[in-house]
Design a protein around this ligand. Structure first.
Ligand code: AHR
Length: 307
C-alpha cells in the first residue's frame, strides 16, 4: 500500500482503479500495431484505466505526453522510448512527483537506473546476433565475399543500435562478410522501399539484405522486384519481428529468415504495473521470450500466429 492518494475516481465498489498513462512510439509498423492492441486489451482485462498517446515517432511528443500524465497524477507511467537518449529531465520530474515509470519494449541510456522501476522488452542485441549467426551458417562452405546491405531502424532507437551491433559482432569473425551500405529506413515500409531503391542503384552486386524489421524488408522486396531481381533468391533477406505479413513473405520464399520480436507484452506490463503501484519490488529487467523462423517453420506456424 502506501501509494500517493491523489486524483482518480475508483469504481464506487471501494477498490480504486489503477490509472496508467502510456506514451507509445507511433504506428510505424505491423509490430507496433500489434503491440498497441495488446496493451489496450490487457489494460481492459486487468481493470486498469489506460490513458494512451501516439507520439508519431517524435521524442518531443512523447515528452509532452509524459508531462501531461504527471500533471494528471496517474498512478503509473509506461512508455516505449522512441530513441535511447535525452530522457533524464522528464524522468526526474516523474520521480519527483512519485509516479513510478515502467519502460516497455525500448530502453533509455540514462545512467541513473532509479529513474525507472523496470524494463520489459526484448534483447535486441541477441536478435541481431541470431540474424548474423544464420548468415554465418548459410555461407559456411563459401570463401567468396558476401556483400550485405543493412536497413537500420529509427536512428538512435534501442532496436536499431542493438540489432546493428549484435549482427556486426557475429559477422565480423569472418572478413568475407562486408556491409557495403547501411542506412535508416525508420522502421516503415515506405522508407524501406526508398532506401533499397537507392542501394540497388549504387551497388551492382548485393547478396544479402538485413532489415531491422519486417516492414522495411517488405518495402525492400517491392524495390527488388521493381529492379527485376528475385527476392529470397538473387538477394537473400533476413528481417526481425515475425509479423503476419513478414511470415507470409517468408513462407512464400521472398524472405529467407526471420528473428522473432514479440510485441504481445500487454499482460506482463499490466502485471508489473500492479506490483509497482502496490509498492512491491520487481526485477530491474524482464526479457521477453523469442525464437527464430526458417521458411519451413513459417509455413507450419503461420495459421496459428497471433499477430
Ligand atoms: O521496438 C521494436 C521495434 O519497433 C520493432 O522491431 C519494429 O517493427 C518497431 O517499429
Amino acid at each position: 500500500g502506501g501509494s500517493d492518494d491523489t486524483a482518480n475516481s475508483g469504481g464506487g465498489s471501494g477498490d480504486k482503479k489503477i490509472v496508467m498513462g502510456f506514451a507509445q512510439v507511433g504506428a510505424e509498423s505491423g509490430w507496433r500495431t500489434a503491440n498497441t492492441k495488446s496493451i489496450q486489451e490487457s489494460a481492459k482485462e486487468a481493470g486498469i484505466t489506460l490513458k494512451f498517446s501516439d507520439a508519431q515517432q517524435k521524442q518531443e511528443n512523447q515528452i509532452k505526453a509524459i508531462r501531461s500524465y504527471i500533471q494528471q497524477k496517474v498512478d503509473v507511467i509506461a512508455f516505449s522510448p522512441v530513441v535511447e537518449s535525452g530522457w533524464d529531465t522528464v524522468l526526474q520530474e516523474a520521480k519527483a512527483a512519485k509516479i513510478p515509470v515502467v519502460l516497455t519494449d525500448r530502453a533509455v541510456d540514462s545512467k541513473d537506473t532509479s529513474l525507472y522501476r523496470t524494463f520489459l522488452g526484448s534483447d535486441f542485441v541477441e536478435e541481431g546476433k541470431k540474424a548474423g549467426q544464420w548468415l554465418v551458417d548459410q555461407y559456411k562452405d563459401s570463401k567468396d565475399p558476401v556483400n550485405i546491405v543493412q536497413l537500420e531502424g529509427t536512428t538512435g532507437s534501442a532496436p536499431a543500435n542493438d540489432r546493428k551491433s549484435g549482427f556486426e559482432q557475429v559477422i565480423s569473425a569472418d572478413p568475407k562478410f562486408k556491409v557495403i551500405a547501411s542506412q535508416s529506413g525508420n522502421f516503415t515500409r515506405a522508407e524501406g522501399k526508398q532506401v533499397m531503391e537507392a542501394f540497388l542503384k549504387s551497388n551492382p552486386k548485393i547478396d544479402v539484405l538485413w532489415a531491422h524489421n519486417d516492414d522495411m524488408g517488405l518495402g525492400a522486396i517491392e524495390a527488388i522486384e521493381g529492379a527485376g531481381k528475385v527476392p529470397g533468391k538473387d538477394i537473400k533477406i533476413i528481417t526481425a519481428d515475425a509479423t503476419h505479413d513478414g511470415m507470409q513473405a517468408l513462407a512464400d520464399g521472398k524472405i529467407n529468415f526471420i528473428v522473432e520480436c514479440n510485441p504481445l507484452m500487454g499482460p506482463q506490463l499490466m502485471d508489473l504495473a500492479k506490483k509497482v503501484v502496490a509498492g512491491e519490488t520487481v526485477p530491474q529487467r524482464v526479457v521477453t521470450d523469442e525464437t527464430t523462423f526458417t521458411q519451413e517453420q513459417a509455413k507450419e506456424v503461420l495459421p496459428s500466429r497471433k499477430y
